[in-house]
Design a protein around this ligand. Structure first.
Ligand SMILES: [Zn+2]
Ligand SMILES: [Zn+2]
Length: 280
């Protein structure tokens, strides 16, 4: 069975995301557990955590969490780094209290200090929050490659992995975004490219995918998601990816645009159809 679903809203309460996931017949979802565009963090009460656990058990929907957008693991600025580390620690703690296994994070920007320095900053930031991780695994997400961003090249993700003690404790992995891969120049429509991604990174280290079509052509470095089949990756590109074992068997999360509180389900239906699993 495909483990697949959307990034969903938690408006009205964290547990309501499960109701939305169930209404879409999805088997996985991604959520934010703190304000995605702010620094504020609200720890869920015991009652909410209990309701969350109950709905998760009942629905069987697998959950991963995405970090808010403001933290920057690549920053060397003391003030911004301090806020980043507090945000990462609290997100890890919240995930742990809710029984969420994976926390997806961007690597941020080196802000002009250079790629090497940026990578070292990320490693230091991860090391200093390792104790908060407990049973939660941090998934480093690849980027589209806009100016100063860290993590568009898979070799950068691997460098961090190889130099971070969390990896050796089984607390670090990768989440690959298909739109970001494509924007960074990896032609995910091509099976040979998918194989080479696997031999470079090791698919065993990849625990989730963001399944997004790309609004701009290969190598554009632009992070603009498109609905499945409407972008430059296209339906056939997704069919190829979904036929690949390194992808098909992982948690698959759609972050494609939608207007309402709950998506209309078209992109999910399309991925299922392309995977040849709509009868499952
Ligand atoms: Zn992301
Ligand atoms: Zn993106």
């Amino acid at each position: 069975m495909l483990r697949i679903g959307y990034h969903l809203s938690v408006a009205g309460g964290l547990d309501l995301a499960f109701d939305r996931a169930v209404s879409l017949s999805s088997t996985a979802m991604q959520i934010f557990v703190s304000n995605p565009r702010g620094w504020q963090v609200r720890y869920p009460s015991a009652e909410i955590a209990e309701r969350f656990a109950r709905k998760r058990d009942k629905s069987g929907v697998e959950v991963c969490c995405h970090m808010p957008y403001l933290p920057n693991l690549g920053s060397a600025n003391e003030q911004s780094l301090g806020k980043t580390l507090r945000s990462l620690s609290s997100n890890l703690e919240i995930c742990s209290s809710l029984g969420i296994q994976y926390l997806v994070t961007h690597l941020g920007s080196h802000m002009g200090t250079g790629r090497g320095q940026g990578l070292r900053n990320v490693i230091n930031a991860l090391e200093s929050t390792a104790d908060s991780a407990k049973d939660v695994m941090i998934l480093l997400e690849n980027q589209a490659g806009h100016a100063n961003s860290i993590g568009a090249r898979l070799s950068d993700l691997l460098y961090i992995y190889d130099n971070c003690s969390m990896a050796r404790k089984g607390k670090l992995g990768f989440c690959l975004d298909t739109c970001h891969l494509f924007a960074a120049g990896y032609d995910v429509r091509d099976e040979e490219v998918l194989d080479s991604i696997g031999s470079e990174l090791g698919y065993g280290k990849v625990f989730a995918y963001h399944m997004n079509d790309a609004k701009f052509p290969l190598g554009s470095n632009r992070d603009r998601h498109e609905n499945i089949g409407k972008g430059y990756i296209g339906a056939e590109g997704f069919r190829t990816m979904l036929g690949h074992r390194g992808i098909r068997e992982k948690m698959l999360i759609l972050e494609t645009p939608y207007e309402a509180l709950v998506p209309d389900g078209r992109d999910l239906a399309m991925l299922r159809e392309l995977a040849g699993s709509n009868k499952e």
